[in-house]
Design a protein around this ligand. Structure first.
Ligand code: ARG
Ligand code: ZN
Length: 447
């Protein structure tokens, strides 16, 4: 049995023990048990997609909010066309009648979220075993592969390994720590840090969007596996890569609550930890699309950049804004490539260029994997929301190619994307990065 598998099975065991404790069995050991550490289960919870919520209706009865506050709901995704929300088992009936009272209907995307989560884990375990077999054959050292999602330490180990394989062009930074004391790590790949144009890539701002760190590590691998043979427009750039911007949240989503979104910083209200890092940046912070309630999944925090993760990234980038040409941030889900603005219903002056490059990436993705992505301005497809890292990089640093990439899927599995889709999805993410690198080159070519 591999360490990975053993580790995960151990995780299951711990979950079982804790679940037994949660079910009312006495906890005999004298370890202190924090309620926040009891794994959250989603047995028979359903995932609903609700269409046709008119604006007038939303004004009077904010459907998502009511379902969250009164019916054990948890919003997965909200946009101009639909609302995806999970409803816990005990509230299914009530939520149904609430909807029909308001003449709304829900399509059931999943009728048991816990079994989706369990299947995701089992598939990852068997996939990893196969990958380990391949590993002994090829005798490479890395524990990294894209048949499963990995814990933070494996991702950081991979980053260290890349650095030691390419000591002359790779630098590994610790740009800060999280509230729970984990390091925030960024890799820089560059043959000429003083002169090259720069690209920043991050993932894992939102904990539960596991495909995002998986994609960003894959991008790192694509770059380095073949660095010497990369075309000049890739080798001639300085790449900053941060696979996990929210390590505390990421680990919490692996150990305790698969659907956790925010970071884990403490709040005055117990049970309501965490700030939405993508609402915490200093751009339109006090505006629409975020919450002042610490219990909300889109809580913006007590002030702009109140969070250590936000502050570390903002300060790191502000110092390096010279020549910074692209800011790419990977999220899930929805299959979209979106660009500013999000905090107001206005397009940037050069939005035609951003639309063109995004559309090109969309076309290439369709050719490569067959997936359908959509290119659009953020506020039109995802609604207005302030405090985003994307808008901030444009407003505060003047970065030109700013994109938020919403990876797979379109709702069939949502955040709980089975590991068998990692590779193709990551390839789609890489395609966006490649296309942007090429656009940077083209726009700097002398006529
Ligand atoms: N799903 C992402 C979020 O809600 C979309 C980010 C788009 N950009 C933005 N600034 N809202 O954070
Ligand atoms: Zn996200």
């Amino acid at each position: 049995m591999t360490t990975m598998t053993a580790h995960r099975l151990l995780g299951l065991l711990v979950i079982t023990v804790l679940a037994a404790a949660a079910a009312g069995n006495e906890v005999t050991s004298n370890v202190t048990l924090d309620v926040n550490d009891i794994p959250q289960r989603y047995d028979e919870a359903q995932l609903w997609r609700i269409y046709n919520i008119s604006e007038g209706m939303q004004q009077k009865v904010p459907v998502g909010e009511v379902l969250e506050n009164k019916f054990g709901g948890n919003i997965w995704k909200e946009n101009s066309k639909f609302l995806d929300i999970s409803i816990s088992k005990d509230h299914l009936k009530g939520a149904r009648s609430f909807l029909s009272a308001h003449r709304l209907d829900a399509e059931v995307l999943s009728d048991n979220i816990q079994s989706m989560i369990d299947e995701e884990m089992m598939e990852g375990i068997s996939g990893s075993t196969a990958a380990d077999g391949m590993r002994t054959k090829k005798a490479t050292r890395s524990n990294m592969h894209w048949k499963d999602y990995h814990d933070l330490e494996t991702i950081y180990g991979f980053m260290r390994e890349i650095r030691s394989k390419f000591p002359n062009i790779v630098r590994l930074y610790t740009i800060g720590q999280t509230a729970e004391g984990r390091d925030l790590k960024v890799l820089r790949i560059s043959e000429n840090p003083r002169e090259n144009k720069k690209v920043w890539i991050d993932g894992g701002i939102h904990a539960r969007e596991w495909i995002s760190p998986a994609t960003v590590t894959f991008i790192l691998y694509q770059l380095m596996a073949n660095w010497e043979n990369q075309p000049a427009h890739i080798r001639g750039l300085t790449w900053y890569i941060m696979p996990v911007m929210n390590p505390d949240g990421y680990e919490y989503s692996r150990t305790t609550n698969r659907l956790w979104r925010k970071n884990r910083s403490a709040s005055r209200r117990a049970q309501c930890n965490g700030v939405d890092l993508n609402r915490n940046f200093d751009i339109g912070w006090n505006g629409y699309g975020s919450s002042t309630n610490p219990c909300s999944d889109t809580y913006r925090g007590s002030s702009p950049a109140s969070e250590k993760e936000t502050k570390a990234v903002a300060e790191f980038l502000a110092k390096r804004k010279y020549n910074l040409e692209a800011y790419l941030t990977y999220h899930s889900y929805g299959q979209m490539i979106v660009y500013p603005w999000a905090y107001k219903a206005v397009k940037v002056k050069d939005s035609a260029v951003l639309q063109r490059v995004a559309s090109l990436a969309v076309d290439r993705i369709a050719q490569k994997t067959g997936s359908t992505y959509r290119a659009a301005v953020t506020h039109e497809v995802l609604g207005i929301a302030g405090g985003g890292s994307d808008d901030w990089s444009r407003a505060a640093l003047g970065v030109k190619y700013v994109y938020t990439v919403e990876l797979r899927d379109r709702g069939a599995y949502g955040f709980v994307l089975p590991p068998r889709y990692i590779k193709d999805t990551a390839l789609e993410g890489w395609t966006v990065a490649e296309t942007v690198a090429q656009a940077i080159k083209t726009s700097s070519d002398k006529p």
